[in-house]
Design a protein around this ligand. Sequence first.
Ligand code: M6R
Length: 611
Amino acid sequence: MCGIVGYIGKQDAYPILIKGLQRLEYRGYDSAGITLFDESIRTYKVKGKVSDLEDFVKESNRSGSIGMGHTRWATHGEPNDVNAHPHESQNGKFVIIHNGIIENYSSLKKQLTNYGYEFKSETDTEVLVNLIEYLYLDSKLTVEEAVRNALQIVSGAYALVVMSKDEDDKLIAARKGSPMVIGIGEGEYFIASDASPIIEHTRSVIYMNDNDIATISKHGLSLKTLGNDVVAPKIHELDLEIGAIEKAGFDHFMLKEIFEQPETIVNTLRGRVSSDWKDVHHGGVMSVLPQLVNARRLIIVGCGTSWHAGLVGEYLLEEFARIPVEVEYGSEFRYRQPILYPDDIVIAISQSGETADTLAAVRLAKESRALVLGICNVVGSSIARETHAGIYTYAGPEIGVASTKAFTSQVTALTSFALMLGKERGTLSQERLETMISELMRIPEKITAVLNQNDHCKYISDLYKDAENFLYLGRGYLFPVALEGALKLKEISYIHAEGYPAAEMKHGPIALIDEKMPVVVIATKDRSYEKIVSNIQEVKARKGIVIAIVSEGDTVIKEMADHVIEIPHVEEAVSPILSVVPLQLLSYYIAVARGCNVDQPRNLAKSVTVE
Ligand code: M6R
């Protein structure tokens, strides 16, 4: 949700900010803006992408070694030039960029209007910058004090950077509920919503915590809490390669990330499976192993694709560790007064580690004294830091808004975690453990085989790119995969799609089927094979178009289906990791064929840090 970048130092700020915004564009891309300081403060902003901003400022003065930039995902006010950030206060004393939502903006706006403030935009951010200015002028505060006092008045979530005309040699950054990282160079500092714009400049970073406020000049940085207590900054070393955040010759990040999966799964398993493939352990949760072994109930929370991974986790943990599992949407969990016992274990799954609803669920669970674990991809993210213990998926940066490699890594981590728990709880025999480990370790080469079907997936996609609806069906472990396939298609191609457990079709969705309805059926050889064959027949009897994902060598379904995509045979419990790959490719190629912006689909943002 919105990308923020700031620079203060000895170099020209403009190229650093523009490059940073390009790296952050996946977080929001409906407008972009920049403020530079060099003798005077100058702001340029425009509806559209970062490239539109570059065109817009081509002829303008772009000098200055202090500046900040923003790429927006609209919350308050439609995407247009006026609502774009940065926002300037009425008397021009302050400029702000902001990510998040100021929840009490409407009452604050009324008060400020009474004090003579007029508003140009529809944003909550303009209210905040005017509040800062009002406090500054009215109470004769320093810039830092004015920002701090204003932040004590507002409720909601924010990551922000403020520049001021009166103290123009500094940047003030603050965070509550939205991520913010400060990079430390030699006589220079970088601020960003995530590390991707910082990595090419420095590896030393500070992850700001909620309620932190940083005042940064060329000569140093001071970190305090909103209550004005000094905080000792903890400096971390970034472990990220620049190549990981570039497209490496692929047309889109999404395609690159789909193709990275053989490697990302190896990374998720690295150091967790013993060299003889007889044992599996997760170092990140060993400190809480006794509680895990004695768990009476696990509650998995997540959103979107991560919630789908959680559903697969439910099947895995119940099968191998024999622990009852509930899977909850973060957003529902936090508001429905869930009953939580101190011996409950909550597992939050999140690629970004910053999703507001999942983070709120983590905090709620901690308040109830439950043990909370995180399964996150982004190292140092809020959920990773706020949970008691956890597992990193190590899939590397995922830039495409549609989650692909994050899902397969999450499911891989959940599989190895379930196997570890099954072994520790004595619910899984050594023989079965070894079979499953070997299945898991062979997944990367099998994904490579699926990726070799790229052209075939593209061929099928071209045939159905104009369909108005799609249905996805799967049973057992493959039901969450059906949901995930439907979500992928919806979000990047804007085709309406629904995922269903195949047996549920006859309870309603079957009414939708006609000769125009493509039905993607995940029908690999497992316990439910016979049943799903019947479901395919039911679709065909109503003239639906069947695209079936089948196990290699399947001849039965080949006879019935309009198209088959063959994938190597795997044990049922690991089949979600493999069978989702052709669904990712189908969605990708359908979206490309429809001319959609795959990496930046409309209305979406990579990391949803607002409610
Ligand atoms: O970063 P998270 O895993 O917490 O994100 C959760 C969802 O916002 C995310 O999975 C979303 O559904 C993706 N766009 C799906 O492709």
